[in-house]
Design a binder for this molecule. Sequence first.
Ligand SMILES: [Zn+2]
Length: 282
Amino acid sequence: MAIETWRSATKGEDLLFLLASSFRRQDVLGPENFRPSIDYSRSVALSGFFAGAFLLNVFARSLRVGDEVVRRFGDSSETQLAREMRFELLSKLDLAESDLKDGAMGRIGDAVIAAVYASDRPISNGLRKLVKEEFPKPQCYACGKALGWRASAGLPVVSLDHVWPAAWGGDSVLENLLPACSDCNTSRNDLIGWQWVSAQALVGEHDSGSFLERLPRQYKNSIHLRAVVAYACSARVTLKDAAILIGPVLLEPQKIDERDTTDFFNLVAHDIDRYDPSWSRE
Ligand SMILES: [Zn+2]
């Protein structure tokens, strides 16, 4: 069964998509639930949130188990590493092989190994040069601040951010790197999906103004990421291309529907004049 995804640029994303399509019970992770579109009805938005949170939980646990197995058996033969990975994933993820489609566990194990090794690859000087050619006048993709490639330019110096975080199997490849300021790079803190925050807990006050001013950065980033993912899925582009098209995070998110509750699902954190979230309305 096909699941709506964006165009993957990294081993980590490949693993996520593989997990999403490997469960037998598609009522949990079926396309209807996984689709990360911006939908203004609370029930659809919430079911998408729970399906995504479940998937990210399995994904993050798989990689943590994978780190440990590669550390212990990385020097063994490929066959033994693959066998140990499969065994440890099954025993530590609380999954039964019958939860998954035939042969899926072996493919997941191989994808975990590839993602763990991808996490470890540094950004080479050659690669940095390619990003520099792509962005001769760099801006932070997250906050929009003007940046310089060298300290002498009188601007904050570019730090390259892995759009899909390196810690989660994000390869150091051109399709996964964007210029960022060091504050945003640090504060992003390995956010991999908008479901990473407790979106259901964010419900505002009647005075939405002061609530929005005090909104913690992780919520703004998550709301922004939800839009990036939704755009990437609908246009079948990479997260990097979607982030460039949508533009930086707004300092203060805006309500979509003024008359409705100020909660996670009623907020946008990017400039809707650039890309209106209605792109994903059906
Ligand atoms: Zn920034």
